[in-house]
Ligand binder design. Structure first.
Ligand code: MN
Length: 480
């Protein structure tokens, strides 16, 4: 990728002035001058590739510039203040955000821990664009993983499949999620991957004819009508098929997997026009029609879904949508980012919108019903969380202003009951000192020590409070 190409692609969707991009390109190229990638290429090739992915997502100028420079603070000696002066607060905050996530080293194989990590990454990022840059970074690293040692490949693939693919899914960036999953799958289970790939390719090749027939039929019946459309075959990602095989404990041959096509058109009216045509040509499968245009899914997904019988008796799953709906379904929150901020990127209510986006992420993450959705706008519990590490690197979510005592009780009741002090980031602190996200906390205990009544005034978690009360009650010193 050359600078000219990047600028050209960027200008296709944005009218923002590109001077900063040119400057960022040269700045990063210069800063990484001495570094090489494992492939032997110049390090900057990676930075340019990340920027290209972000331009493909149609991200704003600041995000693309930060993408070009995402490793500058991490890998070079440039001081933070210098960089901030050079590029301003917004770009600096994005790069610093990516750098911060970079320092979190995930190693656990435990799914509950992975979930805490994902929450922590979301909370740490503060700005959704930081996550999008991080995901683009990870995607390029996964695409070039073949240059690393087997051990590194396994480590990074595991991290990708347990942390980053679910994050991409949570943000609704489905095609990124699929690619991250399939690349991880390829390294984690190379034999299964290759054999499944061969089988899936064979199955899709056999379906080419069916797909062609579908296209032709549709063309014939639309002839003359002004309904622009394109038909795409939907290839399901290998990892999701693999998961289905494991879940159902069946070989690929027994996995039901209908031919899936997407028909994309210009307007909502034409979506319904196409639906009418499809149903008049092919026999619909009873009960298969769902109108996600009139009633969008919680993650804003819109499409008409139906299944029909082909002449050969095979079932074809069809999704009909506009280009805009297609974009939302492919790019998720990244697509929304641009709608919300507008082309110029000049936004006076950035915080408000970031907050909205954060709410949106939380909602995607946890909610399944409209009632919960509405509730989620009333309480922002999740947003008030901090994340504290044990010395072994486990992460515990706690409410804001939680103290070492709260932390001690999340580890074990006995640890809480017998704690006499705490080391935070290797320094002794008072037991009532509020913790900060990212702190590493080690609890000091003494046998026969007991909870104090005044702890009740400082703890923030219901768990700690009830353990302390219980102990006091059982030892004859209930609260007045
Ligand atoms: Mn990088």
């Amino acid at each position: 990728m050359e600078l000219d190409e990047l600028l050209k692609k960027f200008r296709e969707y944005s009218s923002q002035d590109t001077t900063v991009l040119e400057y960022a390109w040269n700045y990063s190229n210069e800063a990484h001058q001495e570094q090489k990638r494992a492939s032997g290429e110049k390090y900057f090739v990676h930075c340019a590739a990340v920027a290209e992915i972000l331009v493909d997502f149609k991200m704003d100028l600041e995000t693309v510039a930060a993408g070009l420079m995402h490793d500058v603070l991490e890998d070079t000696k440039i001081p933070h203040e210098t960089f901030q002066k050079e590029f301003g607060d917004e770009i600096y905050a994005l790069v610093a955000g990516v750098t911060k996530i970079e320092t979190l080293k995930f190693s656990s194989r435990d799914e509950a821990q992975a979930e805490n990590w994902r929450k922590m990454i979301l909370a740490t990022a503060k700005d959704i664009r930081v996550i999008v840059i991080k995901l683009a970074d990870r995607l390029h690293n996964m695409r070039t993983l073949n240059f690393l040692t087997r051990e590194k490949q396994l480590e990074i693939s595991h991290e990708t499949i347990s942390l980053y693919a679910p994050l991409a899914q949570r943000l609704g960036i489905f095609h990124l999620k699929s690619e991250l999953e399939d690349l991880s799958f390829k390294y984690l289970h190379p034999d299964e991957f290759q054999s499944l790939l061969a089988k899936v390719q064979l199955r899709y090749a056999m379906r080419e004819k069916l797909l062609e027939d579908f296209r032709t039929e549709l063309e014939t019946h639309l002839a003359g009508a002004q309904v622009p459309h394109r038909v795409l075959a939907r290839v399901k990602n290998l990892y999701s098929i693999y998961r289905k095989m494991l879940r159902q404990d069946k070989p690929f041959e027994e996995i039901q997997d209908a031919l899936a096509v997407r028909v994309i058109t210009d307007t909502v009216i034409n979506c319904y026009a196409l639906l009418g045509t499809v149903h008049s040509v092919f026999k619909p499968v009873a009960g298969s029609f769902t109108d996600y245009i009139a009633v969008p899914k919680m993650n804003l997904y819109q499409s008409l879904h139906t299944s029909v019988m082909a002449g050969t008796g095979e079932v074809i799953e069809i999704q009909i949508r506009t280009e805009e709906m297609h974009r939302t379904s492919e790019y998720g929150i990244a697509a929304h980012w641009r709608y919300k901020l507008g082309e110029k990127g000049a936004d006076k209510h950035l915080d408000e919108k970031l907050n909205w986006l954060r709410q949106w992420m939380e909602w995607l993450q946890d909610l399944s019903s409209p009632r919960e959705f509405i509730e989620s706008f009333k309480t922002d519990l999740e947003l008030d969380q901090i994340f504290i590490f044990t010395p072994k690197g486990e992460v515990k979510p706690l409410p804001v202003d939680a103290t070492p005592i709260d932390f001690a009780y999340t580890i074990h009741t006995d640890i809480g009951n017998t704690c006499i002090g705490a080391k935070v980031n290797n320094k002794m602190v008072r037991l009532d000192q509020p913790l900060k996200s990212g702190d590493i906390c080690e609890i000091v205990t003494r046998r026969n020590s007991a909870p104090k009544k005044d702890w009740l005034g400082t703890v923030k978690t219901a768990g700690a409070r009830s353990h302390i009360r219980k102990y006091l009650r059982e030892h004859g010193q209930p609260e007045e």
